[in-house]
Design a protein around this ligand. Structure first.
Ligand code: NAP
Length: 247
């Protein structure tokens, strides 16, 4: 994969999909900044693994819901490397409950964690990337932002919002050669889906045309493509990675 930029920040990269995105982009030659919120030992172990395997990785601690910390994090990267070429807004959480039982703050807290944080990341990246007239952002949304899901009115609203917002950022960023795209993973094997019962998982698998859950590698490689020069004419797009569950 060919990249004209040199470094990338991946939020929520200490485990799951984010960690695999870090490994993949490092293997492809980018310096990766691994953002973590709470577990330095896991983030450090991932950076060590990447550095030992010939990549270049650094860790950076901040909570994406803290605007000041997020902005400071991006500034630190720009001070260190002279630029931020790419951003992957990957950090995200769920708090599932049927809508009739969901308190308003259980709705808004998921919007803050997933959607508002992505807004802050996109805005700050656009500021920095505009100066170089170059950059690309991929936002990790979700299949449920496209098709909805019972028990996830908060999460699906946040992910659907990410999709619409990315298209607006794409329109604002285009004149500065900054691209914004989304990926919408289906059900992927990580800690987030490990909490589902075997019965629920089997139900999903029965409905997935490819008859299996996805792997983090399959998300990471698509993210890499969208950031790369191979996708230089793709902006404001949404790439589904869901085994055919939602077409
Ligand atoms: P995961 O295994 O639960 O990992 C989530 C990561 O996000 C963790 O590293 C977590 O850090 C970090 N994070 C959460 N809140 C954060 C915050 N406020 N600030 C900084 N980091 C934060 O989740 P995943 O399955 O890899 O999901 C990654 C992304 O893909 C999420 O946006 C999710 O919505 C999306 N997605 C996942 C699936 C799926 O099936 N797994 C499907 C569609 C979309 P800590 O270790 O500190 O908690």
């Amino acid at each position: 994969m060919k990249f004209s930029g040199k470094n990338v920040l991946i939020t929520g990269a200490s485990r799951g999909i984010g960690a695999q995105i870090a490994r993949t982009l490092a293997q492809m030659g980018l310096k990766v900044w691994i953002n973590y919120r709470s577990k330095p030992e896991i983030a450090d172990a991932l950076a060590d693994e990447i550095n030992k395997n010939g990549g270049v990785a650094a860790v950076i601690k901040f909570d994406v819901t803290d605007e000041d910390e997020f902005i400071k994090g991006i500034n630190l990267i720009v001070d260190s490397d002279g630029e931020l070429s790419y951003l992957v807004n990957n950090a995200g959480i769920t708090n599932d409950k049927l809508a009739l039982r969901m308190k308003t703050d259980e709705f808004t807290s998921i919007l803050d964690a997933n959607l508002t944080s992505t807004f802050i990341g996109c805005r700050e990246a656009l500021k920095v990337m505009s100066k170089k007239r170059f950059g690309a952002v991929v936002n990790v949304a979700s299949i449920v932002g496209e098709m909805g899901n019972a028990g996830q009115v908060n999460y699906s609203a946040s992910k659907g919002g990410m999709i619409a917002m990315s298209k607006s950022f794409a329109k604002e960023g285009a004149s500065r050669n900054v691209r914004f795209n989304c990926v919408t993973p289906g059900f992927i094997q990580t800690d987030m889906t490990a909490v589902l019962s075997d019965e629920v998982k089997q139900n999903y698998i029965n409905n997935i045309p490819l008859k299996r859950l996805g792997e983090p590698r399959e998300i990471a490689e698509t993210v890499a493509f969208l950031l790369s020069d191979h996708a230089s004419y793709i902006t404001g797009d949404v790439l589904k990675i869901n085994g055919g569950l939602y077409m």
